[in-house]
Design a protein around this ligand. Structure first.
Ligand SMILES: Cc1ncc(COP(=O)(O)O)c(C=O)c1O
Length: 328
């Protein structure tokens, strides 16, 4: 674990290389970047995978990138609170990394349709947090968290999807652009990610706009429609653009409506519900590569990636890391 001082010149992340003023933001280094991009030729031609599962130990995945900024100025002994579903991987990432800094973590949870992975995440949450009560609805969890926030406990938004957290995903998108420019993969027409709170999709879409790349971010919706909407992603991206503008003085292009598309069919009727298509897709990837997907997010997104891959170079963004949960 190391904190980057604002003047550190080693290891300049792509976001800071492009907007040096952002070096002023407190950031804690949790991962090792860039993460590998690998061709999945044995699964489908024109299909690539971004191994963000490998970005950190003991838990990689997309949330770690956001937490580098969200936990940037967290101190030992501080208290943090977040919210999420009973088996929230975001909440688990907060628990793992805030605890590493020496902070105390509480999570307000709500019930969800469980699957085998969600059960294991829920168990780890119970073990790794100070408190993690499960409410019948998100409202109960938010009200509980609000009471703590009023007592001065630091708030980490659901999914880590505030403009500050989304900077981690903008950085991820710029990292991919550098890999494309280095010839490590062809420029994909589409990048497929699971769409939950939308921060990951928003950050990637903003990065591709900033770098002026014609890459559509396709979100496989895994949450109810009210949360998983392209307009919401666009709004998050543009709030993040304003944060960067405010700090750097640069003028940024805006994410346009057609930069992001949402596949609503991925959902399968409930958050956490395993779909047949997701199960088949996950089995195909596991057989070919040994990579383990989860039913809530990555299996649904990979199924979509397989459907869209014949349409041209496509990158599947692997946001889930199975390692902390033990064998599949
Ligand atoms: C493994 C995994 N993949 C994808 C997502 C979705 O990311 P976002 O909430 O940024 O849309 C999440 C969110 O919790 C996640 O835990």
């Amino acid at each position: 674990m190391s904190r980057r001082s604002p003047t550190a010149s080693v290891d300049v992340i792509p976001l800071v290389a492009r907007f040096p003023a952002l070096a002023r933001l407190p950031r804690i280094s949790l991962g090792t970047f860039p993460t590998p991009v690998v061709a999945l030729k044995t699964v489908a031609p024109s299909l690539w995978i971004k191994r963000d599962d490998l970005c950190a130990d003991p838990m990689g995945g997309n949330k770690t990138r956001a937490l580098e900024f969200l936990l940037g100025d967290l101190h030992p002994g501080e208290r943090v609170v977040t919210v999420g579903s009973a088996g929230s991987t975001h909440a688990l990432a907060v628990a793992v990394y805030a605890a590493r800094i020496g902070a105390h973590v509480s999570v307000g949870r709500w019930t969800q349709e469980m699957n085998a992975t969600a059960v294991r995440v829920a168990q780890q949450l119970a073990e790794r947090t100070d408190r993690a009560p499960v409410f019948r609805s998100p409202l109960g969890a938010y009200v509980w968290a609000l009471r703590q926030r009023r007592r001065g406990v630091r708030w980490i938004p659901a999914g880590g999807s505030s403009p500050l957290g989304i900077l981690g995903h903008v950085n991820a998108g710029l990292e991919l652009v550098a890999q494309i420019d280095a010839g490590m993969l062809p420029q994909p027409k589409r990048v497929v990610v699971p769409l939950g709170t939308g921060g990951t999709a928003a950050g990637l879409a903003l990065a591709f706009r900033i770098a002026d790349r014609d890459i559509t971010v396709v979100g496989a919706r895994v949450v109810p429609r009210i949360v998983g909407r392209a307009r919401r992603v666009q709004r998050l991206a543009n709030r993040t653009a304003r944060l960067i503008e405010g700090m750097s003085g640069a003028r940024l292009p805006r994410v346009r409506r057609h930069d992001v598309s949402v596949a609503h069919d991925s959902y399968g009727g409930a958050y956490g519900r395993e779909t047949d298509k997701g199960k088949e897709a996950a089995a195909r990837l596991a057989n070919a590569t040994g990579i383990v997907l989860d039913p809530t997010y990555s299996a649904k997104a990979f199924s979509l990636a397989l459907e869209l891959a014949p349409g041209g170079p496509l990158l599947f963004w692997l946001t889930f890391d199975s390692r902390i949960l033990g064998a599949s």
